[in-house]
Design a protein around this ligand. Sequence first.
Ligand code: PEP
Ligand code: MN
Length: 263
Amino acid sequence: MEQTEINNLQTIQDFWNKRPWVIAGPCSAETEEQVIRIAQQLKATGKVDVLRAGIWKPRTRPGNFEGVGSKGLPWLQKAKQLTGLPFAIEVATAKQLEDALKHDTDIIWIGARTTANPFSVQEMADAFTGLQLPVLIKNPVNPDLELWTGAVERVLKSGIEKVALVHRGFSSYGDTEFRNAPMWQLALEMKRRFPDLPFIIDPSHICGNRHMLQSVTQNAIDLDYDGLIIESHITPDEAWSDAKQQITPEKLDELLNAIVWRK
Ligand code: PEP
Ligand code: MN
């Protein structure tokens, strides 16, 4: 095994053991410059453990930006080389996983639309066989704990040991205060079902706006969540996806400073 691979494994192991987790980055990777600048600014806060960015974006309706695709992977690799931040991306097919692994991806997450589809989750689980990287599993878009549980079971059965849960809220019919209602009690049932798996909050997709991020994150920390995955962009208003909910690294720094941490 190469020395760099050993270092990488150690970095991921250190991350896995630390609390709270702070995973941050843009909804989508847009350009090489944007990815590198956000990584540098997030690193400079001294508070971020892992960079996140969407490369393939599953959009509910066609016609929206669907991600830059594989060409964004070298940008993330370069951002890692420059900052030392490991990176996480969403993967929804075996082919995407293959591309991701060729580019030194550290952590995979399964998105809310994928978790809702057992065939897709099983395809991913089969592709994970023999791998060691951490896999974060978002709740399904709909408030169905059996689907979320099934996804966790499929991934665990594939032999992946580092599995974590991401609470990103649930869609409901009509307009609500939240983009995706947190339904805290429902989500906490998953924490009870899998007490040994890290459980983190994604306040960005719950809120769909900037002004509620602080209170949703604080509520999760008060409920003993293990950290957060949050969207941060160098120029949020100009983001190609999820512009309304993204915050600058400076605002993220302020948000994290204001949180009362439990551990
Ligand atoms: C995202 O993280 O940008 C995303 C698309 O999230 P979700 O799968 O929770 O909608
Ligand atoms: Mn997003």
